[in-house]
Design a protein around this ligand. Sequence first.
Ligand code: ADP
Ligand code: MG
Length: 281
Amino acid sequence: ASFCCSDFENLQVLGHGNGGTVYKVSHKRTSAIHALKVVHGDSDPDVRRRIHREMDILRRTDSPYVVKCHGIIHKPSGDFAMVLEYMDGGTLDSLLKTNGTFSESLLADVARQVLNGLNYLHSHKIIHRDIKPSNLLVNDKMEVKISDFGVSKIMCRSLDPCNSYVGTCAYMSPERFDPDTYGGNYNGYAADIWSLGLTLLELYLGHFPLLPAGQRPDWATLMCAICFGDPPGLPEGASEEFRSFMECCLQKESSKRWSALQLLSHPFLQKESSCSSKSNN
Ligand code: ADP
Ligand code: MG
């Protein structure tokens, strides 16, 4: 579809990020609600590179587990914007703050959906590289979708280990700091699985798992925790299936980590989905 900015009425600001500002907008003719991610034409080259990468990737993806891009707007001023599927539940990060920690069955629902998304991306040779609670969006049906592809990578032709420093370093896997020690058979996809493992653990614990609650992360502490510490585990009270699932995600050696496809058949995800049982009532 082709859009222009005057097609939309601005309703509210949804979020700010490195990439620009995201607005909730209404399409004037159809009243459809969308999210509009706007980037200024005069923003620095790095920001522009990120947004072009994101547009490039969203154009190639079509999955119920990845936020849809309905169109792109180029303004004469040089600003541009992406018309995105609106996710009215916000991010998993905001959901954690408002609703508190996630139960195991809710986490299994989240994990299943994100893994379906990652399996789709990885089989299309796309590595997200910035999986974390604030880049996973939810809607009122508790559907979870992967968003924010600003630092993602398309693995075309070369088997580039893509070790450039991108993404939020807190969720970065050991092999991205130290490919020699942890990167046997390194292909990049496993880094998304590590980040997903940390994300799920954070939603379960209520704080970033590699640091004591409340501690502000700095780069050196994180690097030490990720590379030299044991992988974070679960407290008492967690089920055996959940424990085993987290171990499969949080293997420090990347080649031992399970793939998205393997994890989709892990026993932790085989329990009946709590969402589908809710909707049956
Ligand atoms: P950045 O690259 O700047 O982090 P994001 O794409 O992550 O940009 O968007 C920043 C914030 O805007 C998100 O954390 C979220 O709160 C909000 N947001 C982004 N996309 C959507 C969307 N499709 N629906 C609802 N909110 C969104
Ligand atoms: Mg983001």
